[in-house]
Each structure stands twice: as structure tokens, then as C-alpha cells.
Design a binder for this molecule. Structure first.
Ligand SMILES: Nc1ncnc2c1ncn2[C@@H]1O[C@H](COP(=O)(O)OP(=O)(O)OP(=O)(O)O)[C@@H](O)[C@H]1O
Length: 221
């Protein structure tokens, strides 16, 4: 394990929804450089909520979230570091909003200041890597669930994140595409948090597994 601070660290984090339901109760978690870890847990245990907490999209009631060693409390704190973290949402429709695939994949790089030509070159490289070049000019909302999932991943990878967070990435994928996804993610040298019910992808991809249960994260035995 590295001696540098964790890339993502949650210290005694507690969170409850507006209706009072608690999904984190003095929860602790760290992701270090070079680590690929998985978090699993029952439906509704709070995995997606936890990822939203990491991204600063849910406000915690106590504890501390640190990104790249910096304590983040305000929206301004999170927005400084959020761009370095690639979150692939559980529902690709939350991620994709442009008319065509290439526009969706280019959106992030353009936002990061690349020229249109540079953004297209980057986006095409990523689509090729994901075996999805043929989708480039498709209408996004007409894609199948599995195709949308691959395009959502492409739109995140095109921004060259330093860490990748994946929420149920293999949902809707057929066996071939799930295998391809595993090999692509394995090849990426990015640290990664994988939230997945899919034991196969977890077993192939990560070296450490955690379980989220009753608002805390435990090592999975
Ligand atoms: N905005 C909200 N207000 C109230 N409850 C919410 C809200 N968002 C989520 N919840 C509840 O919080 C709990 C955790 O939801 P979350 O989506 O984080 O679980 P999950 O572990 O990702 O589930 P799954 O495995 O089904 O994707 C669920 O009971 C959910 O209904």
C-alpha cells in the first residue's frame, strides 16, 4: 500500500435521506493509488448513495470526505476535484443527453477546453478502444440499454479521469460485451471503485472486496 494519502477517503461519514433513512453510519473507506476495489451489498443498502457522497452530490450530516488528500465540504471544494474522478452512473440515461453518440462523448473533452477537432480525435480513440466505433453517428436515445452503457463509459473515459467509479457497469451487457468490458477495465491502469452485484466482474477485476451493510463498510470475507 502506498504511503501517499488515499485518493478517496471517507472518515466517520454519516448520511441520511430527507425522510430520515440512514445509509451511512460513521462509515470509513479508503481508496489508494493503484487499487481496484469492489463494493457490494444488498439492494437499497446505499451503494449508489455512497458514490454520490464521494462526488459531493449528497451532503453528509457528519464526518469528512477527502479527495486527493483534500478535505471537501462545500460545493466549491468538490468541484475542484470532481473533474479528476470519472463516475459512470448506474443508469446511462442520467449520463447521456446529447442527440448523437459522438456529441455525447465529445461533451466532456470540449468542456475541458479541447478544440472540436481534438475532442473528436479523443472520442474516436475511446470508442475504438471500446469496440463501439460503429455507434459514433447513432442517435443516443435509440441505442439499446447495453449500447448506452458502453457509450456512457466512453463519455467518462474521454475525459481522462485519474480514478474511475463504476456503478453496475455490466447491467444490460450480453456475455461478449461483458467480457470485453472486463478486459478493457483490466487494461486500464486507473484506480477503480466498482459497485456491482455481478460476482464474475468483481472476481476478474478487483483485488479487494468490501461489503456495505447497515451503513458501514466491512472487508468481505
Ligand atoms: N432521495 C431519496 N430519498 C429517500 N430515500 C432515498 C433517496 N434516494 C435513495 N433512497 C433510498 O436509500 C436507500 C439506498 O439507495 P441506493 O440507491 O443508494 O441503494 P443501492 O445499494 O445502490 O441499491 P441497488 O443495489 O438496488 O442499486 C434505498 O432504500 C433508497 O430507496
Amino acid at each position: 500500500m502506498s504511503s501517499s494519502p488515499p485518493i478517496i477517503e471517507l472518515k466517520d461519514v454519516s448520511y441520511q435521506h430527507a425522510d430520515g433513512s440512514v445509509t451511512a453510519d460513521k462509515l470509513n473507506f479508503s481508496l489508494f493509488s493503484g487499487q481496484k476495489v469492489a463494493i457490494s451489498g444488498k439492494n437499497g443498502s446505499g451503494k449508489s448513495t455512497l458514490l454520490a457522497i464521494i462526488m459531493g452530490l449528497r451532503k453528509i450530516i457528519s464526518g469528512e470526505v477527502l479527495l486527493f488528500g483534500h478535505s471537501c465540504r462545500t460545493e466549491a471544494d468538490f468541484s475542484r476535484f470532481r473533474t479528476r474522478i470519472g463516475l459512470v452512473f448506474q443508469d446511462p440515461d442520467d449520463q447521456l443527453f446529447c442527440p448523437t453518440v459522438i456529441e455525447d462523448v465529445c461533451f466532456g473533452p470540449l468542456n475541458q477546453g479541447l478544440t472540436r477537432t481534438e475532442a473528436i480525435v479523443t472520442s474516436r480513440e475511446i470508442l475504438k478502444q471500446l469496440n463501439a466505433s460503429h455507434l459514433e453517428n447513432k442517435i443516443t436515445y435509440q441505442l439499446s440499454g447495453g449500447q448506452k452503457r458502453i457509450v456512457a463509459l466512453a463519455s467518462v473515459l474521454a475525459m481522462k479521469p485519474e480514478v474511475l467509479i463504476l456503478d453496475e457497469p455490466s447491467n444490460d451487457l450480453d456475455l461478449d460485451n461483458a467480457d470485453r468490458l472486463i478486459s478493457i477495465l483490466k487494461e486500464l491502469s486507473l484506480p477503480m471503485i466498482l459497485v456491482s452485484h455481478d460476482a464474475d466482474i468483481r472476481a476478474h477485476l478487483v483485488e479487494k472486496e468490501y461489503l456495505l451493510e447497515d451503513g458501514v463498510i466491512r472487508n468481505k470475507s
